[in-house]
Design a binder for this molecule. Structure first.
Ligand SMILES: Cc1cc2nc3c(=O)[nH]c(=O)nc-3n(C[C@H](O)[C@H](O)[C@H](O)COP(=O)(O)O)c2cc1C
Length: 349
């Protein structure tokens, strides 16, 4: 039923500016009550960084930055959702227009620049959802305010972790948005150590902390960065954010910003593979980038992802995609003789 509904409304939505359409959909989904979690095939249940997940399919950050529609995401069948990016203080983000569709490539380009209602307001909303019985695993993705000077960025992360950590099943330190000037410079062992130090200065209970990386990190830098993430005691890596690459991924476009969707898929998968090889078999990796079906999700898992996430695929395929990926993954596991997701992680390496 959802599939038919989306087929009908998609042409109307696609006539609107991408961000306007997104806001309309979120507005509708925010009215969805917190109800039961859609069931998934039992062989998709998986455990990673100490948490049980009903299935490995998650909502990627950016779709629901202000935690407006958690109930809807739960009902649609996600095994987990990553809310955010949330900043400490409210901020408007970059001027519009700032999101574009590339329908012929099944891709998006965005330079939103972290529009956020700020951590206090979003924390209240998530707490309310929890009280109303939200059960789906919640990751909270955090980033600094645009006007925070570089030397204060670690303090922004610490404040965010203090306020939002108690509400999260896990947190994601976003170091990889291309739309906040200077942020990607924190993808270095030295800068990451500064963030870790700021986080450790507080005694507030912390959920597992993961680090989200860009697909554009130099080959020479990714290895030492992965080593630092492991050594500093982070709980996992989310790979990857959007890319600034264009020609390398077969895209010609004048829009500035991060590219997501199908053209990102192989670049993200290459990053997952590189990261998995470096961190060994056990360290948790969430694979994201260009997933638009069960085969794509399975490919990321076989390249080394314990869990996967998607955003752009949902825009083009609609919300029925979530259940369809779950069903497809179950049959791909059966076809290849795996009894669980965890057996398939990194099978291609
Ligand atoms: C419009 C838009 C906004 C995004 N905002 C965020 C964000 O706030 N924080 C973040 O970590 N990633 C953000 N992302 C990146 C996604 O979480 C994901 O890493 C990327 O889009 C690749 O996945 P996909 O190809 O399935 O979309 C955003 C992506 C899009 C398309």
């Amino acid at each position: 039923m959802i599939a038919t509904f989306y087929k009908l409304v998609k042409p109307l939505l696609f006539r609107l500016d991408a961000e306007t359409a997104h806001r309309m959909v979120l507005g509708m989904l925010s009215a969805w009550p917190i109800s039961e979690q859609a069931p998934a095939p039992p062989e998709l249940a998986t455990r990673t960084f100490g948490l049980d997940f009903a299935n490995p399919v998650g909502l990627a950050a950016g779709m629901d930055k202000d935690a407006l529609a958690a109930g809807a995401w739960q009902s649609l069948g996600f095994g987990f959702i990553e809310l955010g990016t949330i900043t400490p203080r409210p901020q408007p983000g970059n001027p519009r227009p700032r999101v574009w569709r590339l329908p012929e490539h099944r891709a998006l380009i965005n330079r939103l620049g972290f529009p956020s209602k700020g951590m206090e307001r979003v924390a209240r909303r998530i707490a309310e959802n929890r009280e109303q019985g939200l059960k789906v695993r919640v990751g909270i993705n955090i980033g600094p305010n645009k006007d925070t000077p570089a030397e204060k960025v670690p303090d922004d992360y610490a404040a965010l972790a203090d306020t939002l950590g108690p509400l999260a099943d896990f947190m994601v330190i976003n170091l990889s948005s291309p739309n906040t000037p200077g942020l990607r410079a924190f993808q270095s062992p030295e800068r990451l150590r500064e963030i870790r130090r700021a986080l450790d200065a507080s005694a507030v209970r912390r959920a597992p902390l993961l680090v989200k990386l860009s697909p554009d990190i130099d080959a020479a830098e990714i290895g030492p960065l992965c080593d630092a993430i492991v050594e500093l005691g982070f709980s996992g890596i989310v790979a990857t954010n959007t890319t600034l690459a264009r020609a390398e991924v077969g895209i010609k476009s004048d829009h500035e910003g991060g590219l997501s969707g199908l053209p990102l898929r192989e670049r993200a998968r290459a990053a997952i593979r590189t990261i998995r090889r470096r961190v060994g078999r056990e360290f948790p990796v969430i694979g994201v980038g260009g997933i638009a079906g069960a085969d794509d999700a399975y490919g990321h898992i076989r390249a080394g992802a314990n869990l996967i996430e998607l955003y752009t695929g949902l825009v083009f395929e609609g919300p029925a995609l979530i259940a369809s990926i779950n069903r497809g993954l179950a049959s791909l596991l059966r076809r290849d003789g795996f009894r669980s997701i965890s057996e398939a992680v990194g099978a291609d390496l």
